[in-house]
Each structure stands twice: as C-alpha cells, then as structure tokens.
Design a protein around this ligand. Structure first.
Ligand code: DX5
Ligand code: ZN
Length: 217
C-alpha cells in the first residue's frame, strides 16, 4: 500500500491543531510540509517556527519539502524543528552531492525534487545517494493545481533507474493527486503520494485518506 502524505499547505491554519489530530488519527503515514520562500517559487508559506510547533502535536514522520533557494543554509534548523525527511530541489542545488551528505550527516533522510521540466536523467550519477525522489506533478508554489500527466512517465523512468542501480530510494509524487489518478500512479511505481486539496477539501478527510491508501490494491 502506498505511503500517504497529506500536505498541510491545504489545512485550515485557524484550526491547525484539529487538522494535525485528524492526520494523527487517520491511516496517513507522513505529514508533508511545504516551505516556500517567494524566490524559488512565487509564493511564501511557513518555516521552521511553525514546523517546530506542529512537531509537538504531530505523531507521524515529517516530510519537509524545501522550495527555497540556498536550502543548505537551513539544514540544521530544519533538523532542530523536527524534519525527518528533508527534500531539496535539484534546480536550487549547485552542490547536490554535498547537500545530500549534509542532510544525512544530521540524521535525516535526504530527498531530491524535480520540477516538471527537469528530466529524471539528471539523477543518474547520484541516485544511490538519494533516499527519496520527489517528482513534481504541478509547478511548485500552490496547492489545488491540475496534475501534469508527463509525471507518470518520469515515475516509470526513475523506477527503472532505481532498479538498475540498486538504489533504495522511494518515489514520491506531489501535486494534483486525486482519487482518480492514484491507481495509475501506484501502478507506475510510486511509493508515496502527497495529497493536499484532495484530503483537506474532502467532506470526510479520514475516509479520503483511507481510499488513497487502498489505491492500486
Ligand atoms: C506544491 C506543493 C504541494 C501541494 C500539493 O508546490 O509542493 O505539496 O501542497 O497540493 P495539491 O495536492 O492540492 O496539489
Ligand atoms: Zn510539496
């Protein structure tokens, strides 16, 4: 069954404690936390102070997705705030190998995210160092956007690269994941699904998480 990572970007921030509790009590596996700086992406979300407060109430893995320039400046602070998995963007990392080593040296799992236009082949020489490949299936910056179907082919290609290299990386897809496309994504080789709008706009988020979890069975 796929790992389900509800994206807190779509939560109700006036009732954040309630939404965290909902995820705690659901079949979800991770909290997906989107950090945006208004430079790498045209939006600003939240940072380490909110994440460290959430950590006090949340009972599941923190999957932190950094959509920021110069992410390496903040690895230690995100570790302190409670990140378990820390993902940087390929497009924001001049020294990606060094960044992955630094994240792992701090005791976190290291992820790399690719924007929709970035081919998966850029990971060929680093795939064995990666714990999580995050394929963006929308342009990063906002929740509730439409799924870009080319992401499916990228998932199949990364899956093949992982199998051929002996890498243990998980594949996560982020953006526009719905109850309609989830089966196809799991069939293509996705291990972890991020879902913001699909979960938090649903009348029964716990039931929706359960349905996502059962996808592809
Ligand atoms: C987009 C973020 C996503 C976003 C997904 O830049 O990285 O994690 O919250 O939201 P949905 O599932 O609504 O597309
Ligand atoms: Zn994300």
């Amino acid at each position: 069954m796929p790992i389900i990572a509800p994206s807190i970007l779509s939560a109700d921030f006036l009732n954040l404690g309630r939404d965290i509790e909902m995820v705690n009590n659901s079949e979800a596996d991770w909290f997906h936390l989107d950090v945006m700086d208004g430079r790498f992406v045209p939006n600003i979300s939240y940072g380490m102070s909110i994440i460290s407060q959430m950590k006090k109430a949340a009972k599941k893995t923190f999957d932190v997705h950094l959509m920021i320039v110069e992410p390496e400046k903040y690895f230690e602070e995100f570790k302190k705030a409670g990140a378990d998995i820390l993902t940087v963007h390929y497009e924001a990392s001049t020294h990606l190998h060094r960044s992955l080593q630094a994240i792992k040296a701090l005791g976190m799992k290291a992820g790399v995210s690719l924007n929709p236009h970035t081919p998966v082949s850029v990971l060929e020489n680093i795939i064995t160092e990666i714990d999580l490949v995050l394929i963006m299936s929308v342009n990063p910056g906002f929740g509730g956007q439409k799924f870009i179907p080319q992401a499916l082919d990228k998932v199949r290609k990364v899956k093949q690269m992982i199998n051929e290299s002996g890498s243990k990386a998980l594949i996560e897809v982020d953006g526009g994941v719905t109850l309609e496309n989830v089966g196809e994504l799991v069939a293509a080789g996705v291990d972890a699904l991020v879902a913001g709008n699909t979960v938090f706009s649903s009348p029964d988020p716990v039931a929706t998480i359960k349905k996502l979890k059962q996808a592809g069975k």
